[in-house]
Design a protein around this ligand. Sequence first.
Ligand code: HEC
Ligand code: HEC
Length: 313
Amino acid sequence: MNRPAIKVALTAIAVMIVLQLVGGVLFLASGSYNIAADEPHLKPTRWLLQAGRTRAVEFRSRGMYVPNLRDPSLVKHGLRLYRKNCQPCHGGPGAANEQIGRGIDPKPPPLVIASNKWNDSELFWIISHGLKLSGMPGFAPRLSETDRWGIVAFLHRVVLLSPTDYKQLTTAEDLGVEDSSLPWISSNDYGFAQLKAQGNANRGRELIQTYGCTTCHTVAGLGAAAVGPPLTRFAERQYVAGSLVNVPSNAVAWITNPQQFKPKTAMPNLNVPPAEALDMIAYLYTSGSSERLTALERSSGIPKAKSTAKVNK
Ligand code: HEC
Ligand code: HEC
């Protein structure tokens, strides 16, 4: 290309950029961009914001010092702050969000699931600074550092609380009860160790067919039926039968005898021995993303080797 041609091309590009900027400003000024908070972002906008957000939070929260989050008084402090500051928008186990949390888009997700995808320092960062271009406020101006870590400690705990457990803790908090037997922290491993050591997914797959579970349930790779809830993406489900936290020990207990939890449930007692139920769970847990289970395994039980205070990566 000769020089005048390059000059023309560059000028054309510059003019196009200016026109686009002017167009964008005019579009905004015209009022036709829908700024309404109760209208979802366009799909590509939402995707871009989410991807950028995850990277930004990871990057900015790196290397932060994390205090001991298994201190019962910190968890208790966190519960009080959670109910006041977060529950109105995010709800809690068995507790709906309030009116204020309903007109926002993107919707405030239930934190019993959403907090699993962030580690402790990332949660602390989000609570401190909020998330731009969404209704998630930053709390650093209002809550002390200890307060914010208290909320993180509680989020660690809440992912393993059933609606009944949550009610018990909130009631104790309301009444100012000092009872050391209350489950502020947990030293239960919820059957994760046994699942790892003994659960056999291949055998579970066969057993699910032998017992005829697929006559009532849609099971990934095995068949479709609509009497009971679909067991697809089962690893991502937070509650079993809407009442027990979905962890290996509870899921096994449900399959072996559903009536012990819900006397009137339509799921029959098929006299499945616990060892076979464990295999079935091993298979069902291959269905869906394992993110939730991995995070719960980390949150549960007796602190590993050193302490849970170390940043989980
Ligand atoms: C005014 C309503 C509101 C309040 C109050 C609020 N949030 Fe949020 N929060 C949101 C919204 C809306 C989002 C969704 C942002 C998105 O998906 O873009 C969100 C997102 C989050 C996320 C990220 C979830 C995800 O999908 O990864 C976390 C973690 C979170 N909030 C924690 C908290 C905590 C802890 C509190 C209390 C200290 C709190 N929020 C208070 C509205 C709120
Ligand atoms: C006759 C129909 C029927 C059969 C057979 C059956 N179920 Fe169910 N199952 C149900 C119903 C109905 C529910 C919903 C229970 C409720 O919420 O009260 C359920 C719930 C469940 C749940 C909890 C799902 C959730 O996320 O809430 C699991 C897990 C489950 N069944 C596994 C099994 C397995 C494994 C078998 C085979 C051993 C089986 N079911 C056989 C009807 C059946």
